[in-house]
Design a protein around this ligand. Structure first.
Ligand SMILES: C[S@@+](CC[C@H](N)C(=O)[O-])C[C@H]1O[C@@H](n2cnc3c(N)ncnc32)[C@H](O)[C@@H]1O
Length: 218
């Protein structure tokens, strides 16, 4: 209740609509993976800022990608950091429309990146750009879809080695239990040591998270 009230207050302050939890069943979805997707719930500001402290501070030049970007809360939070570009990938048309409208309206004096966009696509069909990357997942979908996205990311990094961090967050679905071994088994990512997530009042659910860095084979 408190977290939801804080989310709505954050929305009013920034003139956007990101709060609430939205079931996918009623939404118009692109691609064949509707039944594998999880409901749209946002990452909280304090959760996001805590995660960002685990990443190197020199991320200028990196592109931040939120896989399953919902109504864009995480894209907006990321825009307060000096990323070169911020991209959301979302397969639910209604959420893409709300996200694009939020991006236009968002006002925050601490905003550092204004190159924000949302790609309407099934994440399994998304081709990663050739830039250095921070790829963010918050519980978007089941393991079979994640395996496809991870394989696409690995191919992209093998074709063009570059800096890449993966942040994987999960809450109620305990997805971290299968995501962590899947990322390790890819054989090209090293897990960074990160502090446990505190229980923030503004978080609908506390996120367990893991951060990985790409290490090109020697
Ligand atoms: C738990 S929400 C995360 C929202 C946002 N990333 C955040 O942290 O605030 C998961 C989102 O993933 C989207 N999603 C699920 N499966 C997808 C897929 N195959 N392709 C693209 N988006 C997907 C859902 O529509 C939902 O908006």
């Amino acid at each position: 209740m408190v977290a939801d009230r804080l989310a709505r207050k954050w929305d009013r302050r920034h003139d956007v609509d990101t709060a609430g939890s939205i079931q996918l069943a009623a939404l118009d979805v692109v691609g064949p993976h509707r039944n594998k997707g999880n409901e749209a719930v946002c990452t909280s500001p304090r959760t996001f800022d805590f995660i960002m402290k685990s990443l190197p501070q020199d991320l200028q030049g990196h592109t931040f990608i939120d896989i399953g970007s919902g109504k864009s809360r995480t894209l907006l939070l990321a825009s307060r950091y000096p990323f070169a570009e911020i991209i959301g990938v979302e397969f639910a048309r209604e959420l893409v429309e709300i996200a694009r409208s939020n991006i236009k309206r968002f006002r925050d004096p601490s905003q550092k990146c204004r190159a924000l966009s949302v790609v309407e696509a099934d994440a399994a069909a998304y081709e990663f750009p050739d830039a250095p990357l921070v790829v963010y997942f918050y519980n978007p979908f089941s393991k079979d879809v994640f395996d496809i996205v991870l394989k696409n990311l690995v191919s992209s990094l093998e074709r063009r080695p570059r800096n890449c961090f993966i942040v994987y967050g999960s809450s109620s679905h305990r997805a971290i239990d299968w995501a962590r071994p899947a990322i390790r088994e890819a054989g090209i990512f090293v897990e960074l040591s990160v502090p446990p997530m505190p229980g923030f009042l503004d978080a609908i659910r506390t996120i367990d998270y893991a951060v990985f860095q790409f290490r090109a084979a020697a």
